[in-house]
Each structure stands twice: as C-alpha cells, then as structure tokens.
Write a protein that binds this ligand. Sequence first.
Ligand code: FES
Ligand SMILES: [Fe+2]
Length: 361
Amino acid sequence: MNPQDRQKIAQVAQSEPQHLAHSLPAEFYQAGLFTALDQTHVLHRSWQLAAHVSQLTQVGDYVVHQLGDLPIIVVNTGQGLKAFHNVCRHRAGPLAFENGHGKTLMCKYHGWNYHLTGELKSAPEMHTTPGFEVSDYQLPEVKLQSWQGMVFVALHDDVPELDAVVDGISQRIEPIDLNAMRFHRRDEFILDCNWKVYIENFLEGYHLPHVHPGLNQLLDYKSYQTELSKWYSYQFSPLDAGSGFYGEGQAHYYFIYPNTMLNILPNRLQTNQVLPLKHNQTKVIFDYYYPEFEDREALIEQDRVFSDEVQDEDIMICEAVQKGLDSGSYDKGRLCMKRETGLYHYQELIRAAYRRYTDQS
Ligand code: FES
Ligand SMILES: [Fe+2]
C-alpha cells in the first residue's frame, strides 16, 4: 500500500469515545480503498452464516453458499458437516449449482467425482494421462463451526472461536431453542446502497417512529433497549400484548459482527445475511425458520406480509441515505448516545478491522 493510503486509513479509522462519537465518514461507503478492505479485512476474517442443520439432516445433503468471490459447498459427510470450495480441481467447474443431495459430489463440467469428504474418487478417461493419480486431488476445506443449529464458515484461521462470538445468546433467549427451527423459505433483496448502510439501519430503533409506523405499534418504543457484547449487539423490546400475532414474549434482535442478523420472535427465526456486491449495491438474504406446530400457516403468512412491509420501508430509507452519502453534501454527523449505541459498537469494530490492516502492512 502506498504511504498516503495507509495514512488516510489510519486517520479515518481512529477510535472515538462513545460520548463524542460521529458516524463513519461518507468515504467509508464509497468505491475505492474501503470497498476492498471490507472484503479482505472484515468479511474474510469473520464467521459467515452458511446453512442451518435442518437443511443437512441426511448424509449426502449439501448446501451451496457464496463467501465473497468464493463459492462453497457445505456437506453432511456422514462424519460430520464439512465445507469445501465449490470449485473443481480439474478446470474450476462447480460441484453443485444449488442445494441438493447425492452419494458423491460430481462436477457439473466433466464429471470428476469426489467423495463427500472431499477426496477425488474417480475422473472419467483420465487413466491414460501420464502421472495422473486421483489420490493427488482433494477439495480445499473451509473452517466450519455450528451453534444452535446454525452453520458458520470462515475463510481465515484468525477468527475467534464461534462459541466466544455468540457467548451469552443461548441463555438470553431461553426457552427458545433455535435447533428446533426448520428452514421454511428464502427471500433475496438487491439494494442500491453500501452494505454498511443496511446494517447500520438495522442497529438502531431511532428510526422506528418515522420509518416503520406499523412496527412501532407492535413494539414498545420506550422500552426498546440495546445491549453490547464483544462481537454482537442485542436489541430487545417486549411485544405489545394484544396488538401482535406473534404471541406473547420478547422480540430479540441480534446483530453478530460483521453481517449476520438473527431476528427471534416466539415461534419464529429469521436470519439476515448482508452481502456487498458493489460499493453501492448489496444483497440481503432473508431465511425464515419455524418450529413444527399445528396451524402454523396463519402465522407464516402474517409474518411474511408484515416482514415485507418493514423491509420495503427499510429499503426505501437505505437507498435514500446512500444518495445522501454520494451527494458530496455530507461527511459525517453526531450519533445519538441514547439510541445509536449498537451502531457505534459496530462502527468501532469496523474501524478496528481497518486499523489491523494498516498495522500489518
Ligand atoms: S472442471 Fe470439473 S470435471 Fe472438469
Ligand atoms: Fe428499519
């Protein structure tokens, strides 16, 4: 890196005390240095949600996922779950285009066939090729750990243990057990904003009265609180009794650094993954899970309608914010001490990740 870039990153990534905190400067959300750093020093060096065990119950079940530029495949090998590069060792073909099931993993291009555990088993018509041995080939493996039924993967080894990242969540959501949830459906949204804009919007309830009048009725805004942990923040609010269809209990909103959200309500888990496509374009994946219980169809339908309404409102405001960031009119602003602590916590983790880059280079 050239010394000017290094100095610039070091300067704008300086930590701020909470009572004096500003938002990240507009440049953090634009093309250039920070877009690349988000990939290499934030997303590649963290746990990424890839699947749920309810999608991988049988030996041979597999789920495909994308880790930045790298396609991966998570497999029930019969000897536990493993994650591999979904990139064939012959000429980089895919082992699977979509989630599925098989006795082996056969490349879709020329049929090289791999054991579920990743070793090459056979390769058609390669026996006359001098020096070729199937035993020389193995799909590269990606680090994988599971928690509460959710399967996370990480590209780099220098990530904290997953149990340390989510420490305290299981106890807090009791008696809810996310292992009992079953995958129901996936919705994907493409937004014209930087991925951090979408995450920051999730991290504060400050906008509820203005952007989400419907959601604001369901939750008790005055009781809405945020707690911070090392690697996650937690927003919660009692559900307003009588006004909701989710039943009594609490709404638990977890943000796990750097891009996973768990939205837990009685009898429902919704996970969000926020994936940058370009500096001003983001894919947001919503996966819906419900436990098995009678007459759940009504809840599922109401949940879909209500979630879509909230998501439409968030998309509209996030895309408008990106326009504001790109306008040249704005650099950074003061954060609300009372309502934007989760956002502050996230921005400090991002700043720390950028500083690690300047420290190493
Ligand atoms: S690329 Fe996989 S078999 Fe050719
Ligand atoms: Fe929102």
